[in-house]
Design a protein around this ligand. Sequence first.
Ligand SMILES: [Zn+2]
Ligand SMILES: [Zn+2]
Length: 261
Amino acid sequence: MWVAELCFKVIADTNYATAEAALRTYLEALIFQGQVLGREWPTHFAQDSFFCRVVLPSQDALLPLYHSQRGQTALAQLGAAGLSYPQLAILGQDLMSNHTDPCHQNGEQPAAYIWYSRFAQMNSVLYCAEHFAPVPLYQAAFRQHQDYEDVIRWQLQFQALDEVQMQQASVLPSTERSLQGLHSQLNQQGRQLARECANALQRSVYYALYSGTSADCQNETSKICPSCGGAWRLNEPWHGLFDFRCDRCYLVSNIAWQCQG
Ligand SMILES: [Zn+2]
Ligand SMILES: [Zn+2]
């Protein structure tokens, strides 16, 4: 991932509120298109320009060809708010985030994907199943209109719950049920999105089912697929992370963290 700065020059009469609203609308569109990662964009004003600091999944992430209709509109409306089109400066590689999957960048489509999220990772929820590296949503382009707001909002919910359970594991059992229950609303929504993606891309999309605690650690390693009841234990963990994979239900999971080590 790349740290970049967007510069919006003030080119006509404006005021702070108008400019701020236009910037916000544009940056939000970039986030909902998967072109900008994270939810915050530190912004400052210097001389005659606004500067926004962002993290991009690839150096060409901001090309308008990846914009949704909302993004195109927000870009066009910068002028009405007295701002220029943004100038992009790539500042360097982001040392705090992981590497974007090479497949799509090289014009290849992964054979399969994994739908995976954790609270600390702000990158795309869609991972290449071969490299286990995130694929930017606009590159996967599983929707022609390139608007992934519901995917981003799902990820935000998942991450918020994940962070709560990291902080105070057993205090909030309802959080854990949402995260690891196959039929929780969170996982139903997530699986629905993963299925949509699989249908559009004509590829398998495995849904990573979180597993933190278990009522029965003794039998945790021989648990069955929660969807079809079939055997799904792998001989070797997949990507060092997933001990279970069901190729009927497109589910992967792990030995509950609580029962490991
Ligand atoms: Zn790949
Ligand atoms: Zn299954």
